[in-house]
Design a protein around this ligand. Structure first.
Ligand code: ADP
Ligand code: MG
Length: 374
């Protein structure tokens, strides 16, 4: 067990690293953040922030000698960075788990090898493969770059083989997956923790509403039958076991209009749809990450109240600072801002949660409070 007082290393300095840092320091750990960005949200909260590239030899030596364990908040940390560190200290999750989720093609193959369904897809690596791929997936599709996409970036919807070829060109002919656009009833996600010994614990299932490919709102509990929630938790646990994962991860699912559960993607880190745990669960997903990577017993994942989380994107700042008055005055609302200095459109600047015993009122109030910000 790595006990409070030790130093934890965090690779990545975004908001997920920031909320991990707060949770770790609350428990009495020290936190060392590595992120090349001098103004990183996590760096500002950490005991120390190393501004260096993820492959920087000096920075990695600092982490290896000073930290008791290293974890990450960003799936695109180079696997070699994790391998180098793993020669000296525990790295949780490990390089292989991260590597298998960094590429959509590899990730989907892994999901299917677990006997779980994805959207029908084909891997596309050259222009002359696009047409047959489009025919194979059948119907309207989405072309997604295999690596480095997030928040709907690097994705183009296509309705014909010609449109798919144009989209492949537009994405620079990098390796992609072309997947069928499913008719969705809902989207849900499961956040879970897995220990180094293989013990897993899931959080309640979140229902997720996206706008323009970016998460807008999470509603917990998800408005789905109990058996569907149970199936999603089982599938997520199966994937965590298959990855031999250690830490906190999330699995995003589609529920189609035909009522099928299909895995969308895996996030090897805490997840935006798990931010509700900060305000509505006994143990937040970030405290759970601390506990999982340090080998402490898991904290209780019990939901204390129905909750709705709403993301605050940079667009809200277009006309100056959003109008916070109503949100701050609401007895069930909790505001979280990530300390980012520049508010670009689509950039995640913060979120808020609304708690209410009545789930319908929580949704209605969240919508009203969001509208009042503009
Ligand atoms: P990201 O890595 O950017 O989160 P996703 O693959 O999760 O990328 O896609 C973002 C969102 O776009 C999804 O949450 C969903 O709303 C929509 N989407 C993606 N793929 C499909 C699909 N095959 N069918 C229908 N909607 C999709
Ligand atoms: Mg996604």
């Amino acid at each position: 067990m790595i006990l409070p007082g030790n130093t934890l290393g965090m690779l990545g300095g975004g908001q997920l690293g920031r909320m991990f840092t707060v949770a770790a320091r609350t428990l009495g750990y020290r936190v060392l953040v590595l992120d090349p960005d001098t103004g990183s949200p996590a760096g500002r909260m950490a005991d120390e922030h190393l501004h260096a590239a993820y492959g920087d030899a000096w920075a990695l030596e600092q982490m290896a000698t000073r930290c008791a364990v290293v974890t990450t908040e960003f799936e695109n940390i180079p696997a070699d960075t994790l391998r180098t560190l793993a020669g000296f200290i525990p790295v949780r999750p490990g390089a292989e788990a991260l590597e298998r989720t960094q590429d959509r093609a590899r990730e989907k193959a892994m999901i299917q090898s677990c006997g779980l369904d994805t959207a029908p897809f084909r891997v596309v690596t050259a222009l002359d493969e696009v047409e047959s791929a489009f025919a194979a997936v059948g119907g309207p599709a989405i072309l997604k770059r295999a690596a480095l996409g997030y928040d709907g970036k690097g994705q183009i919807g296509v309705d014909s083989a010609q449109a798919a070829r144009d989209a492949f060109d537009q994405l620079g002919q990098v390796p992609c997956v072309l997947e069928r656009r499913l008719d969705l009833e809902r989207e849900i996600s499961v956040v879970l923790a897995r220990s180094a010994e293989g013990e897993t614990l899931c959080y309640p299932v979140a229902e997720n509403i996206h706008r323009h490919g970016i998460l807008h709102m999470s509603i917990v509990p998800a408005r789905i039958p109990g058996e569907m929630a149970e199936a999603a938790r089982r599938a997520a646990t199966h994937l965590a076991d298959a990855l031999d994962y250690c830490g906190v991860m999330a699995v995003e699912f589609f529920i189609t209009t035909a009522g099928e559960l299909r895995v969308n993607e895996i996030a090897p880190r805490p997840h935006n749809s798990g931010h509700y745990t900060l305000d509505a669960c006994v143990t937040s997903q970030f405290e759970q990450q601390v506990r999982a990577v340090c080998g402490l017993p898991f904290g209780d994942t019990r939901l204390l109240s129905p909750v709705v989380m709403v993301n605050l994107l940079g667009d809200l700042w277009a006309g100056g600072e959003p109008r916070w008055a109503e949100l701050l005055d609401h007895p069930g609302a909790k505001l979280h801002l990530y300390g980012k200095s520049e508010a670009r459109p689509g950039r995640k600047m913060g979120h808020f949660c609304v708690l209410d015993d009545d789930p319908e009122k929580a949704i209605a109030d969240a919508e009203t409070l969001f509208a009042a910000l503009e």
